[in-house]
Design a protein around this ligand. Structure first.
Ligand code: ATP
Ligand code: MN
Length: 462
């Protein structure tokens, strides 16, 4: 018999049919006449109830059915008399695939802390919480592709191994095949990278943007969606050493077009999750965050508040609030500042623009004032910065002047400069940290809980 997914047989329209289900046991309870098993197969947060009458099954047969065991059941789908479910299966056949010893199975009991579950990251997908998070994450990934593909953007795959460290977005992980205990040296004692795999130093990328610009200035509108790596030693609930980033890059967009796209994009993703992951989001709301759905709907309800960095700093200075990090014009805003603007002052997501050029990357378009650049950060409640982007400096001379000012090694940048030497155009783009979006949509508070296998300082176990 063909296997049914549990999500497809929970409503009454299949009642009366014979069904076959396969999954993992969540609980078993009952009495001398009948045993009830809650089975989950990952297709939904909801379990199906399976009824084993003890005049058809022996105690001995049912003994291996403990929490975590995997089984295959066939039976009749009937309307359920019990509360909490519309249907249940009257079992006629049972096959046990794998037992899970009650003494040693770590998820035998419910209600483990998220901290404990991080230590058993290989098993935590079997919990309701992580099932929900992983389904939402998958749906959001699909929504991202759908949003851009429907708009005619092209998916561009940028390299994970790169030879340029000019983005300045963060410390990099070196990639090498040189023997670390016996490094080849040049005559003057430096490491001889000509003997390395690529013949020069290479590292894992911190961003696909520079290559994204090559795509945008050729085929118009592109987006990347892939892993990025930052060897920054920041042990915060919002930073990972390996995370996924979405980086659209668009020819002929200015900063306003860029903001419009960013706002439409995140709203689309949030709405997609609300429309398609309702059960999971309701579960997460019930378990972790009573405000979750209200917060998601709140973000959709209004236009984001747009203001300049300078205006933002003025508000922060006048707020009278004691911040851990001082705020003044020129300071890089900390998440406490960003969250004050979003959560307390405006009570809506904020897009801050026109940051001081000193705290932003070299490629951002300079404003007439000589002090600020056309940067934009999208700031969200509970998260702080979720998107960082800018209009790019398309003028060759201005870009070169900035590169020289910052002493960026030119020889690494020749290919990038060619976009400005040949047929340069106004263009813009941004980067969305995928896990920050998943954090926001799931209401989780630690970024380690929204990626299946988190990579953070001193942690790469599973
Ligand atoms: P932050 O100031 O929060 O460290 P950033 O300014 O270094 O971020 P960008 O270089 O602008 O980040 O990267 C674009 C987006 O990628 C950010 O808006 C954020 O959503 C995400 N991001 C950046 N660093 C990390 C990280 N270490 N882990 C997870 N997401 C990140
Ligand atoms: Mn940023």
């Amino acid at each position: 018999m063909k296997r049914s997914k549990i999500k497809d047989i929970l409503s009454k329209d299949k009642v009366g049919e014979k069904v076959s289900v396969k999954g993992w046991v969540r609980t078993r309870r009952g009495n001398k006449n009948v045993q009830f098993v809650a089975l989950n197969d990952g297709s939904t947060i909801n379990n199906i109830q399976i009824v084993f009458p003890l005049d058809r099954f022996t105690e001995e047969q049912l003994k291996p059915i403990t929490t975590g065991a995997s089984i295959h059941v066939e039976g009749d789908l009937v309307e359920s008399m019990g509360k909490g479910q519309a249907t249940e299966i009257q079992a006629t056949e049972l096959e046990v695939y794998g037992t899970a010893d009650a003494e040693t199975y770590p998820l035998q009991k419910k209600g483990h802390s998220l901290e404990f579950l991080r230590e058993i990251a290989h098993l935590r997908p079997r919990t309701n919480t992580f099932g929900a998070v992983l389904r939402v994450r998958s749906a959001l990934a699909y929504a991202i592709h759908k949003f851009f593909q429907d708009k005619g953007f092209y998916y561009l795959n940028t390299p994970l191994i790169t030879a340029s460290d000019c983005e300045g977005a963060g410390a990099m992980f070196q990639v090498t095949t040189l023997p670390l205990n016996e490094l080849p040296k040049t005559e003057d004692g430096a490491v001889d990278y000509s003997q390395d795999f690529f013949g020069k130093p290479t590292a894992l990328t911190v961003s696909g943007q520079l290559e994204g610009e090559l795509g945008a200035t050729a085929i118009g509108e592109i987006y990347t969606f892939g892993p990025t790596f930052r060897a920054e030693n920041s042990n915060t609930p919002r930073h990972l050493a390996e995370f996924w980033m979405i980086e659209p890059e668009m020819a002929f967009y200015d900063i306003t077009d860029n903001m419009d796209l960013a706002e439409e994009f995140v709203k689309y993703c949030i709405k997609y999750a609300l429309d398609n992951c309702r059960d999971d989001i309701e579960f997460l709301q019930k378990m972790y965050d009573p405000e979750l759905i209200a917060r998601l709907e709140g973000v959709l309800a209004k236009p984001f508040k747009r203001l300049t960095y300078t205006e933002g700093v003025e508000i922060l200075e006048k707020s009278g609030k004691k911040f851990e990090f001082p705020v003044y014009w020129g300071a890089d805003l900390q998440s406490e500042h960003e969250r004050y603007l979003v959560e307390e002052h405006f009570k809506t997501p904020v897009i801050l623009t026109d940051y001081p050029k000193e705290i932003k990357a070299f490629y951002m378009k300079q404003n007439e004032d000589g002090k600020t650049v056309r940067a934009m950060d999208v700031l969200f409640p509970n998260i702080g910065e979720i998107i960082g982007g800018s209009e790019r400096e398309e003028n060759y001379d201005k870009l070169m002047a900035r590169i020289e000012e910052l002493n960026i090694p030119m020889k690494d940048m020749w290919w990038y400069l060619d976009t400005r030497r040949f047929g340069t155009v106004p263009h813009a783009g941004f980067g969305l940290g995928f896990e920050r979006l998943v954090l926001f949509v799931t209401g989780m508070t630690n970024i380690r809980d929204v990626i299946p296998f988190p990579r953070t300082p001193k942690n790469a176990e599973f």
